[in-house]
Design a protein. Structure first.
Lengths: 290, 157
């Protein structure tokens, strides 16, 4: 990709299909000449610097299938890919049953950006620091995807394959995320560690959940953003906890940090990120457990 | 490149226009519709100077393609005053001296207006949080927040 300094997007054609099949057909025919467009809050800045130079922009906001925000009869929450971050921020069911996702939504960008940015965009952009992503990992969301061959589902974790890279084919559209029904007695939270309280990327993002008393040890889930090429579950820490727990929370923090592969960049050093993980994981688990 | 015909409501007026697919709503408002109240600060969604309301919600016009306005309701700062009378928010900005150069002001007004459509009596914290995407280099923000809070406290506001 040739990144240029610039302020104008190169001309492209704008299409707005009205059915999923039409959209998939367009993407299949156009291949890498097309880019999927929803909120535009990432795609337009990328087009302005030449990181994306599509011939055709395919606006998916007219696809009704992508706007669902509804619980089904089993209590699972279906979130269409075009649901805005603002809708998630303000949703009572998200706030009540998936608080880490609500907090993450409120922390993204700014009020006006959230009114356009979509969960599908955050997922498909697959930024290692994407705010909505570590909450989706602890809630073990499923991604529903439509392609020329039909519909398929996979754990959302399988979508993230590298920084800014998903496993989606060029002719596939993310339709929705499905979050399992919130199990009783679980407490969850998201912390975005960043210099500014708004309009910033996470230097470290932590989504954590603690399950009910009853089993020994209580189950925990931890997912981390901005400390690896993709958002990650702290699987080793969780497994050690189940095998040897309960452990001191500090020890869990250290185990989570040991599994990170952070980088030095202009926002923070790898060492700093590693340290922040140990602190935040311990602090959050302690708080959620009490 | 062939234009796209769009029809949308601008400050209450039905508007027909042909737009280039790669032009933003910001460019269209300023260059084709003469709505120069909306400003270009960063063209990247970071500064908030270009904020307008789209179907009652604040959006960065630099991040909306002009073609996307089709079928929607757009409100710019020019739409705040009615019949030559300033909107209470605008009056409050005057009363509280909530501007210096004025460049951020249209975006501030539109974000605040959008906030108050959902939350008519915001607290200072709620105002600050809503205005987090609106940068001001002149005022230090205090009088802007005070003006918005005061507008919400008016009994007829």
């Amino acid at each position: 990709m040739a990144v240029r300094k610039g302020r104008k997007m190169k001309p492209f054609q704008y299409l707005h299909p009205t059915s999923l099949d039409e959209a998939v057909g367009l993407l299949h025919d156009l291949g890498r000449d097309a880019v999927v467009f929803a909120g535009g809050t990432d795609v337009i800045p990328l087009m302005r610097v030449g990181a994306l130079e599509p011939q055709v922009v395919v606006d998916v906001k007219r696809l009704a299938d992508l706007h669902e925000l509804q619980q089904d009869n089993e209590g699972r929450l279906h979130i269409g890919a075009a649901v805005t971050v603002r809708e998630l921020e303000c949703s009572t069911v998200v706030g009540a049953s998936y608080p880490a996702l609500a907090t993450a939504a409120a922390s993204l960008g700014s009020y006006s950006v959230r009114c356009r940015a979509t969960i599908g965009g955050n997922v498909c952009r697959a930024s290692p620091s994407g705010d909505l992503l570590s909450p989706l990992l602890i809630y073990e969301a499923e991604a529903v995807i439509r392609g020329p061959g039909g519909q398929r589902s996979c754990p959302v974790s399988q979508l993230f394959v590298g920084p800014g890279q998903t496993s989606l084919e060029v002719d596939e559209v993310l339709v929705k995320l499905v979050l399992p029904a919130a199990a009783p007695g679980w407490h969850s939270a998201y912390t975005k560690h960043s210099p500014r309280r708004a309009m910033d990327l996470a230097v470290v993002g932590v989504a954590a959940a603690v399950g009910p008393n009853g089993s020994e040890p209580r189950p925990i889930r931890v997912a981390l953003g901005a400390v690896a090429p993709t958002p990650i579950r702290a699987t080793v820490a969780e497994q050690e906890w189940m095998a040897r727990g309960p452990l001191p929370w500090d020890e869990v923090g250290r185990l989570a940090a040991a599994a990170c592969r952070p980088i030095d960049d202009l926002r923070a050093s790898a060492d700093y990120r590693q340290h922040v993980v140990t602190v935040l994981v311990a602090r959050m688990l302690h708080s959620l457990a009490n | 490149m062939a234009g796209i015909a769009i029809r949308f409501t601008l400050n209450g007026q039905l508007t027909d226009l042909e737009v280039q697919p790669h032009h933003t709503l910001l460019k269209c408002l300023r260059d084709e519709l003469g709505m120069t109240g909306t400003k270009e600060g960063c063209a990247n969604g970071d500064c908030g100077a270009c904020i307008v309301l789209m179907d009652g919600k604040p959006v960065n016009a630099c991040l909306v393609l002009a073609a996307e306005a089709d079928g929607h309701d757009i409100m710019t700062v020019e739409g705040l005053a009615q019949g030559g009378k300033l909107h209470p928010l605008q009056q409050a900005f005057l009363d509280h001296e909530a501007f210096q150069c004025g460049f951020c002001t249209p975006g501030m007004l539109m974000t605040a207006y959008g906030l108050m459509l959902e939350n008519p009596h915001p607290t200072p914290e709620e105002v600050r949080f809503a205005l987090a995407g609106n940068l001001c280099r002149c005022t230090g923000y205090e009088r802007i927040v005070a003006a918005v809070v005061a507008t919400g406290e008016r009994e007829d506001g």
